[in-house]
Each structure stands twice: as structure tokens, then as C-alpha cells.
Design a protein around this ligand. Structure first.
Ligand SMILES: Cc1cc2nc3c(=O)[nH]c(=O)nc-3n(C[C@H](O)[C@H](O)[C@H](O)COP(=O)(O)O)c2cc1C
Length: 354
């Protein structure tokens, strides 16, 4: 039974951040039942030497403190990305800082990396690893608001958390930390990626997890070219495309449309998929991409895969569709792959470019 069909409208009566905290509590205490996974050989995919049971993951920001990794894997995701985690705990921006744009099937957030810090996350991930978990885990790193030299924070995060991650993400694309997105420039990226790669090599050698960079959708052609060329030059393992947008499309209906922060959900789909396709082309399909932004159906997951994504993620659609969305997306994806004669997700990656 889809409990969310009944619980969802009630949860949505609550202020969004309270609703989210209640959801986390329900997941932590085991009130939310697991869902039957969608198992298909078509969905299995191998990336970075890791086996994903399916290519659909939970995007960063839902589980900022790595508290509900196993419960979210039990909802049917192939992987869960925790964070963004900063070295020191910080409160984030004043509330209210999340807004539902229900008419637009969208969300605006200006959380500002509220999280319990890397050491608390480390303890949880240590415990999780020792207990064993079914699925794969991404760890997304951010910087503290008051840190002047950004690379130091990403190095600290990598040093502490890399031993527990199946992949690591450098997040330089949240619109809610002043100056963060300026780190997407060519010179800044070279220092940042080079620095974190060095830390990973020194600490873990060939056991270091793959390193991924998460980028914004609001980029010029020159920005995208710079990112692609640095990624190729430094042999980055992956790019996550994209974070939320600071753009406000004219189509938005909700009274919250002019709230400051990053917009996610349905209105982000087209713009983020366009950037995904551009980055795939500019990196010549040589760097694995994680496609995220506005996915709420198998059709959209498939569109991201065809545009170049090896893996996909979602977050905002869960606010409106609840966990039942996960098997729906995956079932529809299997149907689309079958219809088009693909025998695996991997075969369909970048199909639109061929
Ligand atoms: C409330 C909220 C908080 C988020 N926090 C983070 C974060 O801490 N780090 C990050 O990299 N992305 C964060 N994101 C962005 C998502 O990971 C994702 O890139 C974006 O929402 C687009 O996907 P969606 O349309 O499926 O939500 C957040 C998104 C939302 C809605």
C-alpha cells in the first residue's frame, strides 16, 4: 500500500522544514515501511568499478547528516548521496528557508548548508559501514560560510569522509553560500580539484573513491567549456549536472516564486538537461555524468540518460509524489529501454548524441 497517498497531504499541511524533519524522524524510527525493489537486468549498471542495482539515486540535501541512508536505500534507490557536509557544524540561514511551489511542482530553498559537521557525519558513516548497507553511498562536501580558503574545507571533508564513500562530490554550485559558485571558474577549479585529488591520493592511494564535481545550471557557454576542459585535463571521475537554479522562469505560478534561493523540481528539468547534454558533448562522453534536476518520471530519467547521464538523481519530486515515485520511475524506465531495444542502461547513455 502506498502510505504516502494518505500521509502526503497531511505532511504537506506542515511548514516545509517541519515536514522534512518529521519525514526524517519517521524514516529513522522505522515507521516508514520499505518498498519492494524494482529488479531488472536492464537497470543494473557498473560505474567506477561499482555495481549499481539501478541508476536512480537520492540527490544531496535530503539527508544532509547521513541519518537515513539505509531507510532511503530500502525505498528502492540504487544509491544515496548524503550532504552537503561542511567541516564544522553550522546552523544555515534563518527560517523559513524552504518553500513549496505546489502549482509549479517545484521547491525553492535557501538552506545555506545547515548540517552537523564532518565529525558527526563521520561517526554515523563509520557505524553504517561496520553494520553494512545494501546499495551505494555518495558523500557531498561543502564549505563553511566563514571559511576564506575554500579548498581547505574540501580537503578536510575529503580527509575525514572519503574512507566511507563509494564516491565523493565537491559541491561548488549551491546558490546559498556567498561566493561558492565563483569556484566554478577555470583557475579556481584547478586549485580545488587538484587539491582534493592530492589529499585523496595521499590518504587512500589507489583505494581513494572517485571524485565528482557538482555544477550549477546557470552557466555561460564559456563557463561550460572551462569546466569540461579542466575536468578532462585533471581526469575528474565524474560531474553532477545540475544543482538548483537562481533563474525564475516566467511560467512560475506560485506566490513563492520570488523567494531568494535555488529553484528545483519540474521547472528545472529542461534547463538542467540542456546543460547535461552540453557537458556530455564538451567532454566527448569521456567523463561519467550524474543527471539531476526536475526528474519525476521514467520518461524524464530516460531523457537524462539519453542526454548523457550514466546515473540520475531526484529530490524535489519526492515532496509531491512520495516514495511510490521511485518504483514508478524505474518501472517506466525499464519499459522505455525495452521499447527502444536497449539491453542495458549503459547502452542508452548519450544515445541522443549518436
Ligand atoms: C531543500 C533542498 C536542499 C538541497 N541541499 C543540497 C545540498 O546540501 N547540496 C547539494 O549539492 N544539493 C542540494 N540540493 C540540490 C539537489 O541535490 C538537486 O541538485 C536539485 O534539487 C535538483 O534536483 P530535483 O529537481 O530533483 O530536486 C538541495 C535541494 C533541495 C530541494
Amino acid at each position: 500500500m502506498d502510505t504516502f497517498r494518505f500521509a502526503g497531504p497531511l505532511i504537506r499541511l506542515l511548514e516545509p522544514e517541519r515536514a522534512h524533519n518529521l519525514t526524517l524522524w519517521c524514516l529513522k524510527t522505522g515507521v516508514v515501511p520499505s518498498q519492494k525493489p524494482v529488479i531488472s537486468p536492464l537497470l543494473k549498471t557498473s560505474l567506477w568499478g561499482r555495481e549499481f542495482s539501478n541508476p536512480l539515486g537520492l540527490a544531496a540535501g535530503f539527508d544532509k547528516n547521513a541519518e537515513v541512508v539505509q531507510p532511503m536505500l530500502d525505498q528502492g534507490f540504487g544509491f544515496v548521496e548524503v550532504g552537503s557536509i561542511t567541516p564544522r557544524a553550522q546552523p544555515g540561514n534563518p527560517r523559513p528557508r524552504i518553500f513549496r511551489l505546489a502549482e509549479d511542482q517545484a521547491v525553492i530553498n535557501r538552506m545555506g548548508f545547515n548540517n552537523g559537521g564532518a565529525e558527526a557525519a563521520c561517526e554515523r558513516l563509520q557505524k553504517l559501514k561496520s553494520e553494512g548497507y545494501k546499495g551505494l553511498l555518495g558523500v557531498n562536501l561543502g564549505k563553511n560560510k566563514d571559511t576564506a580558503v575554500a579548498v581547505d574545507d574540501y580537503k578536510k571533508g575529503a580527509q575525514l569522509l572519503a574512507p566511507y564513500a563509494d564516491y565523493m562530490v565537491i559541491n561548488v554550485s549551491s546558490p546559498n553560500t556567498p561566493g561558492l559558485r565563483a569556484l566554478q571558474g577555470r583557475a579556481e577549479l584547478q586549485v580545488l580539484i587538484g587539491g582534493v585529488q592530492e589529499t585523496l591520493r595521499q590518504n587512500l592511494g589507489d583505494k581513494a573513491p572517485p571524485l565528482v564535481l557538482k555544477i550549477a545550471p546557470d552557466l555561460t557557454e564559456a563557463d561550460k567549456e572551462d569546466i569540461a576542459s579542466v575536468a578532462l585535463e585533471l581526469k575528474l571521475d565524474g560531474l553532477t549536472v545540475t544543482n538548483t537554479t537562481i533563474d525564475r522562469p516566467d511560467s512560475l505560478q506560485s506566490v513563492h516564486r520570488n523567494e531568494a534561493g535555488g529553484l528545483s523540481g519540474a521547472p528545472l528539468f529542461e534547463a538542467s538537461t540542456k546543460v547535461l547534454g552540453d557537458i556530455y558533448r564538451l567532454t566527448e562522453g569521456k567523463i561519467p555524468l550524474i543527471g539531476v534536476g526536475g526528474i519525476s518520471s521514467g520518461v524524464q530519467a530516460y531523457a537524462k540518460i539519453r542526454a548523457g547521464a550514466s546515473l540520475v538523481q531526484l529530490y524535489s519530486a519526492l515532496v509531491y509524489g512520495g516514495p511510490a515515485l521511485i518504483p514508478l520511475v524505474l518501472t517506466e524506465l525499464v519499459q522505455l529501454l525495452t521499447r527502444d531495444g536497449f539491453s542495458s542502461v549503459t547502452e542508452a547513455v548519450g544515445a541522443d548524441h549518436r
